[in-house]
Design a protein around this ligand. Structure first.
Ligand SMILES: C[S@@+](CC[C@H](N)C(=O)[O-])C[C@H]1O[C@@H](n2cnc3c(N)ncnc32)[C@H](O)[C@@H]1O
Length: 294
């Protein structure tokens, strides 16, 4: 059996990308995130940021290949100036994985022409350390499933004090506490670290600092895991790897381990009316508001 820590999916960019795409194809996570932005963030901006200055600036941290970022930009295109026209936007994108960033750049060509991009191929930690005091400020900053990779208090404090303008919104979306992915991390600590940062840490920072914030429970979204039980399904094996954060789980893990993992997902799931095995994922969002009063 190969050395265990070399098999971490998150340390193997190509394999991670493949597995993440299988995950996205089997879920409606993007729709749930888009709905959250449309229902909560766009109205807040329309009501709360009265003096919209152009360009409207968005900072996205850990964009991946940009699926959610592009949806967010499309939703934000609905924000209006007083005269009723859409406003021009700039999205600064921070993503350390250059291959993922390159894929995002290709997709970015299809986004509305009113959006420009600044590409920053580095970790958020590197970005924070080289931030200049006279750099631009942002209206919206988002961490979509990327808060796991930063020290939450440092990152949020930096964003609140150095990245947001006088008025702005900081959004983090991550697994809710009752999400099966977190239950998996608790049950299989060798596969995933159970104590990774998450939204409850963002809430703790916001309340300790006296910042105004909202917590949105988020809609559950269905993940179709039917294929992971089929050892011959290529997509199923990629998805199983994603859920387990391991490369080639079926080849590299002991047989009993694989059985335990499959049993866990079987217990977390139900069979829908089409005979598909479904797990309900539950994200939640923390929205921190700066300059919106108390
Ligand atoms: C789970 S993916 C989420 C991607 C995207 N936001 C989405 O919702 O589809 C997490 C992303 O964070 C990036 N990442 C990892 N460590 C990071 C860090 N220290 N700073 C910024 N991004 C990081 C990864 O490369 C990966 O693309």
């Amino acid at each position: 059996m190969a050395e265990h820590n070399t098999l971490l999916l998150s340390s193997n960019p190509d394999a991670y990308s493949r597995s993440f795409q299988s995950f996205l194809a089997a879920t409606q996570q993007e729709n749930a995130i888009l709905k959250c932005i449309q229902q909560h963030i766009v109205p807040l901006i329309n009501k709360g940021i009265s003096e919209l200055l152009e360009p409207f600036r968005v900072l996205s941290v850990g964009s991946g290949e940009g699926e959610n970022d592009i949806n967010i930009l499309k939703a934000l295109c609905n924000i209006r100036r007083v005269e009723g026209e859409g406003i021009s936007m700039i999205n600064r994108v921070i993503e350390p994985d250059v291959a993922r960033l390159a894929t995002f750049r290709e997709k970015a060509e299809k986004t509305p022409a009113i959006v420009d991009f600044e590409w920053v191929p580095m970790t958020f930690q590197e970005y924070m350390s080289q931030k200049k005091a006279n750099d631009v400020k942002f209206d919206v900053i988002h961490f979509i499933h990327s808060i796991y990779y930063v020290e939450v208090e440092d990152a949020l404090l930096h964003c609140y004090e150095n990245e947001l303008g006088r008025k702005g919104i900081l959004l983090t979306i991550s697994h809710g506490e009752d999400d099966p992915m977190l239950k998996f991390a608790e049950k299989f600590p060798d596969q995933r670290v159970a104590s990774f940062p998450r939204n409850r840490d963002a809430v703790a920072v916001a309340s300790e600092r006296g910042w105004k914030y909202l917590v949105c429970p988020g809609d559950s979204n269905n993940l179709d895991i039917t294929t992971i039980f089929d050892r011959f399904s290529r997509e199923g094996n990629y998805l199983l790897d994603f859920l387990s954060n391991r490369m080639d789980v079926r080849q590299n893990e002991e047989k009993e381990s694989v059985e335990k993992i499959l049993k866990f997902w079987e217990e977390q799931s139900f069979i829908n009316e089409h005979g598909r095995r479904i797990v309900e994922l539950r994200d939640n969002a923390v929205i921190i508001l700066k300059g919106f009063g108390h």
